[in-house]
Design a protein around this ligand. Structure first.
Ligand code: XMP
Length: 524
């Protein structure tokens, strides 16, 4: 847990798919919050966390089942406002003496309700300020069970056709409970409801990036003292922001290591080293290890083998350079909040491994280093805001994510230097096109993959037998799911012509229109 310098809101997670959205809505209101799975929330935890308010998330379980998840009874005695959402409403009612009726899903006779619904007002409630100005409000419902009798002290403030207790409250105790999901887009006034809730709870809205920067710097200084820190720089936004923040805190006690594995994009190694050396004067070891990586990858075509080789070599190389820095005790990482949220899994088993992601996991233990992770509390867009606050160039902050294994996973089949050269050129033309058309910021990630097939073409009067490539562009919020970007045919035609004209070695261009799932963003 973090320091309590700002007011904190606790979100108890019961396993809803959209719990993270609750946190997003609150952060947008400059309210600091943390998500913790219900299993971890004990009375001791509550005493240490000292939340100023609590939100119970939704979840897939049914409170009518005896072993369904519960918060500790002590949460109701903290004397702070509580908001229960969907399952959170039902669990609150059940624990405080009301009744929940099982619906179709949990084996009861009640009606389930999924999708859009309209709530009618019953009585005025400060939580609903700004609601019902124009009649019934649209909300998003997703529940099998429903509350059939209110707990003592609660009144009803809104009803929908299938949820007679859509909005309920015990105003004396400041407990609020709604059957719908105010955090999702399909509840248009949801953000207002959260805003009213945090105002009722007395939050000052003091969670700003400026304040965060000051606190993070103080914390880094306290943790690190006069010891040295090393940071593996990938050129991506997260590790860059972490490095600049840590440098601001401890100056030259930080050394960055940037490994060029020969799988970077055109001009990337120079851009990254120039930015860190010239703009920030941060001690930087730029290690050209392309011979080593490309040598070991020679002849390898299996995606997982390629990933494993790169991951292992990266650790070896990083260790070698880090060993040259006397007295380094800390390793800095740009870990983000979505990576550390321990979400509640009801599936029981471990999830299927799709790809072994490359990062520096395992390194700290191997090298006996302690971790500094100053971005652990932030979402991606907050990292970008912090980067702006720290003065990183806008062009750098807005860069699309680039995977650790680099172009290796955009070159299915064997990796050769000539193929990588072709890929770099084609990728540069594609990104140039996207920028020229003003589309870069609308797209989560865009790149070219060079395919392991040659096709026949005709250029001028001659036959060509060159590689085919695939353009990829996706929109996404977090990389977990993605849609292909709907370029116009004009854009695709113009880009194809430019690539074929400007990039020797490619004579066919395709556009990848697969979403994720079922595809993944990268090709390997
Ligand atoms: P996939 O291909 O799994 O990618 O849909 C999701 C996001 O993760 C990035 N990615 C990686 N990032 N190391 C990274 O740092 C990796 O090994 C790795 N593999 C995929 C990918 O670029 C996309 O943003």
């Amino acid at each position: 847990m973090t320091d309590a310098a700002h007011d904190r809101l606790l979100i108890i997670d019961f396993g809803s798919q959209v719990t993270q959205l609750i946190a997003r809505r609150l952060r947008e209101l400059n309210v600091y919050c943390e998500i913790h799975p219900y299993q971890n929330v004990t009375d001791d935890f509550l005493a240490e966390f000292t939340p100023k308010a609590v939100i119970f998330s939704g979840g897939p379980a049914s409170v009518v089942h005896a072993d369904s998840p519960r918060p500790p009874m002590g949460v109701y005695d903290l004397g702070v406002p509580i908001l229960g959402i969907c399952y959170g409403q039902q669990v609150m009612m059940q624990m405080l003496g009301g009744l929940v009726e099982g619906g179709k899903i949990s084996g009861g006779g009640g009606t389930a309700e999924f999708g859009r619904a309209y709530v009618e007002p019953q009585n005025a409630l400060p939580l609903l300020n700004g609601w019902f100005d124009k009649g019934p409000e649209q909300v998003w419902m997703s529940h099998g069970d429903h509350v059939s009798r209110l707990a003592p002290g609660f009144e009803v403030f809104g009803t929908s056709p299938n949820a007679p207790y859509a909005i309920t409250a015990n105003q004396t105790r400041n407990f609020y409970a709604v059957q719908f999901h105010p955090e999702v887009h399909h509840t248009p006034k949801g953000a207002t409801l959260y805003e009213n809730f945090v105002r009722l709870a007395g939050f000052k809205g003091d969670w700003t990036m400026g304040a965060y920067r000051e606190q993070a710097i103080a914390k880094i200084r306290e943790t690190v003292g006069d010891k040295k820190v090393i940071c593996a720089l990938s050129g991506g936004v997260d590790s860059s922001v972490a490095a600049v923040l840590i440098h601001e805190a401890i100056g030259d006690q930080l050394t960055c290591v940037f490994v060029d594995h020969g799988l970077l994009r055109q001009g990337e190694a120079d851009e990254v080293t120039a930015m860190f050396r010239d703009n920030y004067n941060i001690p930087l070891i730029a290690a050209d290890e392309s011979e080593l990586f490309l040598g070991e990858l020679d002849g390898q075509s299996d995606p997982e083998t390629k990933r494993k080789i790169i991951g292992k070599l990266f650790i070896d190389v990083f260790q070698k350079y880090a060993g040259e820095i006397d007295g380094a005790e800390f390793l800095a990482q740009g870990t983000l909040y979505p990576d550390v949220i321990e979400s509640v899994s009801f599936s029981g088993g471990p999830s299927v491994m799709i790809k072994s992601h490359h990062n520096v996991g395992g390194l700290p233990e191997k090298m006996g280093l302690k971790l500094v992770e100053p971005l652990r509390e932030l979402f991606k867009d907050e990292v970008r805001a912090l980067g702006r606050e720290l003065g990183l160039p806008a062009s750098f902050i807005g860069r699309h994510p680039f995977p650790g294994p680099g172009l290796a996973i955009r070159c299915p089949g064997e990796i050769t230097r000539p193929k990588l050269e072709i890929l770099r050129k084609a990728d540069a033309v594609y990104i140039d096109q996207i920028r020229k058309h003003g589309l870069y910021d609308e797209i989560w990630q865009a790149f070219v993959a060079i395919l392991p097939v040659r096709t026949v073409g005709v250029m001028g009067d001659g036959r060509t037998y060159d590689f085919a490539c695939a353009l990829r562009a996706v929109t996404s919020v977090d990389g977990m799911t993605a849609d292909y970007y709907p370029f116009t045919h004009d854009f695709l035609g113009e880009t194809s012509t430019r690539i074929i004209n400007e990039v020797p070695g490619i004579n066919r261009v395709t556009y990848d229109i697969t979403s994720k799932p079922p595809g993944t963003i990268e090709w390997e």
